[in-house]
Design a protein around this ligand. Structure first.
Ligand SMILES: Nc1ncnc2c1ncn2[C@@H]1O[C@H](COP(=O)(O)OP(=O)(O)OP(=O)(O)O)[C@@H](O)[C@H]1O
Ligand SMILES: [Mg+2]
Length: 240
């Protein structure tokens, strides 16, 4: 089954791009191709002008599923990517401690995931990826299962971190408000096989106040315009 077809777009260095589209339109597939987990059957994915083959070294991935390891403590979950990269001892401990504090999880270092809330687990997954300082950050509905309040906290945190470190981010979401809050550009996809239906430039200035920005004219305009296009796809999906 063709998951995506005729999709072509470029993402600039340090740009924050969100992808939205109906379920099953191929968003995760695109991310998996960028991250070298799936090879395209046709066409090519390039990073810095070179075709992706295998998992690129400078890519961090926050998966759609909760992928925190239940048998590892918070500290050991966060240390995972550093272990892979051979960063141990004092250097590892320092970076893990910074990540724990970034995630607001001080005091939970030795806790196991089963004893954390969903939002706390998601923060572990997020900082576990950030702690290795990837240049490219692939995020597949990382906050999908969270309540609005926790989500807004994490949006603010992500924007702050991104403001400091400036990774290139590809962020998949079903939540249009989330996409507008975070992204420079929003790619809207059609239903399967996914094609690009619209690319929207978000003109909200930065730094962004994740709560107040929802009251601005640009937010409302962006929401209205994108919703119109996305709504057509949802309606077509229903009509099938
Ligand atoms: N491993 C696989 N084997 C076969 N088909 C797959 C596989 N993974 C995905 N697909 C198909 O590819 C299509 C796109 O899947 P994908 O996971 O990329 O969608 P998505 O846009 O991320 O959806 P969602 O919003 O529900 O996460 C789906 O319709 C699915 O049927
Ligand atoms: Mg998906």
């Amino acid at each position: 089954m063709p998951a995506v077809s005729g999709v072509s777009f470029e993402i600039g260095d340090e740009e924050f791009v969100a992808i939205v589209g109906p379920s099953g339109c191929g968003k995760s597939t695109i991310l998996n191709m960028i991250g070298g987990l799936v090879a395209p059957t046709a066409g090519a994915i390039e990073i810095d002008g070179r075709p992706v083959s295998g998992v690129p070294a400078n890519v961090g991935y926050v998966f759609q599923k909760d992928t925190v390891f239940p048998w590892r403590s918070v500290r050991r979950n966060i240390a995972l990517g550093l272990e892979y990269r051979g960063i141990r001892g004092e250097a590892q401990a320092r970076r893990v401690a910074a990540a724990v504090s970034m995630a607001g999880l001080e005091g939970f270092e030795d806790a196991f995931p089963a004893t954390l809330s969903g939002g706390m687990r998601q923060r572990v997954a997020l900082v576990r990826t950030l702690v290795v300082e990837p240049e490219i950050l692939l995020m597949d509905e990382p906050f999908g299962a969270l309540d609005l309040h926790t989500k807004l906290d994490l949006h603010a945190e992500l924007l702050r971190l991104w403001g400091e470190r400036r990774q290139t981010v590809v962020f998949i979401t079903h939540d249009l408000s989330e996409a507008i809050t975070l992204a420079d550009r929003i790619v809207v996809m059609t239903r399967r096989p996914g094609r690009i239906k619209m690319v929207y430039d978000v003109k909200l200035p930065r730094p962004r106040d994740v709560i107040r920005l929802r009251e601005t004219d640009e937010y409302l305009r962006a929401y209205g315009e994108i919703w119109h296009v996305l709504g057509e796809e949802f309606a077509r999906e229903k009509a099938r």
